[in-house]
Design a binder for this molecule. Structure first.
Ligand SMILES: Cc1ncc(COP(=O)(O)O)c(C=O)c1O
Length: 347
């Protein structure tokens, strides 16, 4: 739980009872207050290690989409970089370079329209949730800029999704004050119906979000049909409502299993895509990616330029400091498996 609740004083759970005879841990440790005295490192390790045994075993957790095993070589790379703060890009320029390589590899995988010498626009995030917040903010700002330029009100943005969206879309809507217009599901049809979605679009719609791999049943939504219907509606109305694809699960599945399926930047209205590196990107929890179609789709004013750690570094993330290990692990998986083996993994 994010918010912890302290047990009331005098409850039987006030302390952590260890079961060792060592004189250092003869007295129980207070549960919610820092102990008065230190204990030896071996004792601290033993107490925590033994208590953690009561957790489930991640390798046996078949209810998770998230990666629970990686090769020992990659585990070593991760441990070796566990003390690198990703945001300190001047100190760790190679890690930044590896992130940029991942962004470009994933953008190519999603068929971003990049020229030979062009680099992709994207960012590594903590997961798809952060990626979706960033994509949503970019859509909201673009829409606001457009409405302001047209002298129209821009205080009632909305976003159209299926009712099957993952909770992060509801979070985005609530945290960033965007109305969530959900297309209801119907008996036997458990994803967003593109026709109904396009009917719900109005001038205040910042984007329609389609899911590639619904959290509830894994089903891909029909992004091509959504794109075609929306192109038509945009022509009729003069709006330019874009599409975001939440490919948290499907982004590392569809390019390998269904290369002919058009769901990505091959469709002109798809302006951004997120994918969870920690799901079928095969990295432990803590990495996602957001890729934009082009620079024009990411308003410049959302990018912060930090310089107090060295040279000017542009960033677009919700937090500041974070670990580097997951970025390095993602790069490992991409070069270790390559397109060929990632494909075999999924067949
Ligand atoms: C479709 C979809 N979008 C977003 C998310 C959130 O992903 P993350 O856990 O990477 O933040 C999930 C997670 O299950 C998901 O299935």
């Amino acid at each position: 739980m994010v918010l912890s609740h302290a047990a009331s004083a005098g409850s039987s759970d006030d302390s952590v009872h260890s079961t060792f005879a060592s004189r250092y841990v003869r007295a129980s440790l207070p549960r919610f207050r820092m102990p008065e005295n230190s204990i030896p490192k071996e004792a601290a390790y033993q107490i925590i290690n033994d208590e953690l045994m009561l957790d489930g075993n991640p390798r046996l957790n078949l209810a998770s989409f998230v990666t629970t095993w990686m090769e020992p070589e990659c585990n070593k790379l991760m441990m070796d970089s566990i003390n690198k703060n990703y945001v300190d890009m001047d100190e760790y320029p190679v890690t930044t370079e590896l992130q940029n390589r991942c962004v470009n590899m994933i953008a190519h995988l999603f068929n971003a329209p990049l020229g030979e010498t062009e680099t992709a626009v994207g960012v590594g995030t903590v997961g798809s949730s952060e990626a979706i917040m960033l994509a949503g903010l970019a859509f909201k700002r673009r829409w606001q800029n457009k409405m302001k330029a047209a002298g129209k009100p821009c205080d009632k943005p909305n976003i159209v999704t299926g009712a099957n969206v993952q909770v992060c879309w509801e979070k985005f809507a609530r945290y960033f004050e965007v109305e969530l217009k959900e297309v209801k599901l119907s008996e036997g049809y458990y994803v967003m119906d593109p026709e109904k979605a396009v009917e719900m679009v109005d001038e205040n719609t910042i984007c329609v979000a389609a899911i590639l791999g619904s959290t509830l049943n894994g089903e891909f939504e029909d992004v091509k049909m959504l794109n075609d219907l929306l192109v038509k509606k945009n022509e009729e109305t003069g709006w330019d409502t874009p599409i975001h694809v939440d490919a948290a699960s499907g982004g590392f599945i569809a390019p390998f299993l269904y290369p002919e399926l058009e769901w990505d930047f091959r469709l002109p209205l798809v302006k951004s895509i997120n994918v969870s590196g920690h799901k079928y990107g095969l990295v432990y929890a803590g990495i996602g990616w957001c890729i934009w179609r082009s620079k024009e789709d990411l308003p410049d004013e959302l990018i912060f330029h930090i310089n107090y750690l060295g040279a000017d570094q542009p960033t677009f993330t919700l937090n500041f400091s974070k670990g580097s290990s997951q970025v390095i692990a993602q790069y490992y998986q991409l070069i270790r498996l390559g397109f060929e083996v990632l494909l075999i993994d999924f067949v």
